[in-house]
Structures are given as C-alpha cells and as structure tokens.
Design a protein around this ligand. Sequence first.
Ligand code: NI
Length: 183
Amino acid sequence: MIFPIYLYGHPVLRKTTKDISPDYSNLSVLLENMFETMYKADGIGLAAPQIGLEDRILVVDLSPYKDQDPTCDGFKKVFINAHIIEKDGEENTMEEGCLSIPTIHEKVPRFNRIRIQYLDENLQPHDEVYEGYKARVIQHEYDHLDGILFVDRISGLRKQMIRSKLNKISKGIVNCSYKVKRF
Ligand code: NI
C-alpha cells in the first residue's frame, strides 16, 4: 500500500517520535508499505513521521548512489528505535532534498561519521558505524524522528531566500508526482 507523504507544514513532522514496543502490530506490513511508498516517490529514505506516524522508524535504500559509492548498491535497511550515539569526522556539505519538501534542494552540512544503535526488521539489536553517503542519509532521516527538517540546518540567508516557497508548500501549493497529505 502506498501512503500519502505528509508535506512541510504538517505538525506531525515536528513531533519527537517514540520507541516502539516489541508487540507493535503489523510491523512487517508497515515496513513493506514504507519501502513501497518511498520507491514510488523515487526517494532513498523515508521516516515514519512522513507518513503521519510518531514511531521511531526509518527506512533507506541507497542503491541509486551506487555509481558514486559501490557499497551503496543494495544498501536497503530498516532502523527501528534508532539512536545516534556519536557523530564525528569532518563536517561536509552536500545538496539534499526531502519528499516532504518537494522542489527544494539546499546544501546541508553533516558529520561524515555516525555511530547508531537500532533494531532491525526482526527486532534484533545492532550497534554500527557509518560514513559518507550512508551517514548523511541516515542523519537526514534520523532528524525526522526528532522533528527536525533539512531546511532547519541551512544558513539563515538561504532559509530567507526559500521562505516564500516553503510557505506555499505548507499551504499545499506544490507540484509533485506522488500522493501527498496537505495540512
Ligand atoms: Ni526528508
């Protein structure tokens, strides 16, 4: 099932999500639907608030980055109850976009390396370190779990320059190819 993606301006995108409990119902169906929704919108990551849920869940599939980084090929992963416990390495800047903020792309600074603790789709715990593209995309999606959007991390001047576009999106005035939920 393909969910509508909640647009910038919807309050659920500003919520801090909560860890899920082990008896969460229909988890595998939800994860399947999150991937389906993400692929339909040509995304490489999706966080639960983007489909209106206040659960600490994100999914990524970095296969489209395989030309830049061969290790991204088949990097399809689920992060449940994710907690980044370290961020370090050089901070670098790269252009990002977000399925909840269609048509806007801005350069965002991120740490090059993260350490993250999470449960996989079988609720098995992991403690892993990621770098480069993987660290960037995970940080972007992880921010969603704390109610943070990439436009919060750009300079005040850039934010000023896209202010009217953001206002339009929050009013639902935007063209995009996938189903969205307007506030
Ligand atoms: Ni996003």
